[in-house]
Design a protein around this ligand. Structure first.
Ligand code: DON
Length: 310
């Protein structure tokens, strides 16, 4: 484990780099409620030992979106052996967008290729329903609150907006039902409702820095609580490295050099094996669904502080 020293000056420099790119990329528009967000919000949060550094709009709440998929898979790992899980969702990087139907259609037996694309996360939610029943969303919220070290709520407006525009996700879930990946008894509406609520959990970069810290610190939170096992944290980091920014993961590995998970809300949470937490936010996205300014701020920090691990 290396000692990385962050300071406010370098974070302000990274924020300034990010601000130069405001206006590039677009906020997610396929979920109507996400179109309403201010594209000029921008933030970076770091936790290091017990030092917190926050610059920009660190109190700004935004929906966690696909970042929750790391937490969904951590709950799946708690409940299922890896070989069983792999019968439902693979661990291969994706070469297509996160909601691609053709990738699911072409994958072996139509098993979603990883848990971070939408099809994979929906299967994971269906599996969690098999364990937690109608308490599934409560279990997700509890685990997320542990990871992010704060009490969380979700946005009803965003969840409903996702539901009303869920054509792609419905295509994916029905395709998986038709191929037998999901059992015929799957309650489609229940599973999708839980998935939409989970994606609509509200967070800030300050919270996500705790999640980053926990993943990087072998699964232990800043206050020493064990949130996931060391092995689970390692699996999650490996998946973030290979699949966390979808079909941009190779570019991200070169530009930033850290495992990370993005969401269409504009957040990116990183991971490493060094004892710090780092998360960024800015809602305008690149064509892969990753925060445009977020990637550039991380690239600057990585170069400046030698954060890269590859
Ligand atoms: O299901 C969806 O499309 C969204 N709730 C989540 C997608 C997402 O965040 C992709 N990430 N970059």
């Amino acid at each position: 484990m290396r000692k990385i020293i962050f300071n406010e000056k370098v974070l302000e420099e990274a924020l300034a780099i990010g601000k130069e790119h405001l206006g590039e990329g677009n906020v997610a528009d396929y979920i109507p409620e996400l179109k309403k967000v201010d594209p000029n919000k921008i933030a970076i949060s770091v936790i290091e030992d017990d030092k917190y550094i926050n610059v920009g709009d660190c109190e700004q709440k935004f929906s966690i979106q696909s970042i929750i998929k790391v937490i969904l898979y951590s709950l799946a790992l708690e409940n299922y052996r890896m070989d069983v899980l792999k019968q439902y969702v693979g661990v291969k990087p994706s070469a297509k967008p996160f909601n691609s139907v053709i990738e699911l259609e072409l994958s072996e037996k139509s098993i979603p290729i990883n848990p971070f694309i939408n099809a994979g996360a929906i299967v994971v939610v269906a599996l969690l329903h098999g364990i937690y029943g109608d308490k599934t969303f409560d279990a997700i919220l509890k685990k997320a609150s542990e990871f992010l070290a704060t009490d969380l709520t979700y946005s009803k407006e965003i969840a409903e907006s996702e539901k009303a525009s869920s054509f792609a996700n419905r295509t994916l879930i029905y395709l998986m039902l038709s191929r037998g990946i999901l059992s015929k008894n799957t309650n489609v509406e229940e599973v999708l409702d839980t998935y939409f609520k989970a994606c609509s959990i509200l967070t800030t970069t300050k919270d996500l820095a705790h999640m980053s810290y926990c993943l990087s610190n072998g699964g232990k939170s800043l206050n020493g609580n064990r949130i996931v096992t060391e092995k689970e944290a390692r699996i999650l980091r490996a998946l973030m490295a290979t699949c966390g920014t979808y079909d941009y993961s190779g570019d991200f590995a070169i530009r930033v050099g850290l495992p990370a998970k993005s969401g269409v809300g504009g957040g990116i949470v990183t991971a490493s094996e060094d004892k710090y937490g780092l998360a960024v936010y800015s809602p305008a996205l690149d064509s892969h669904g990753n925060s445009y300014c977020g990637v550039r701020m991380l690239e600057y920090l990585s170069e400046k502080l030698k954060l890269f691990i590859y």
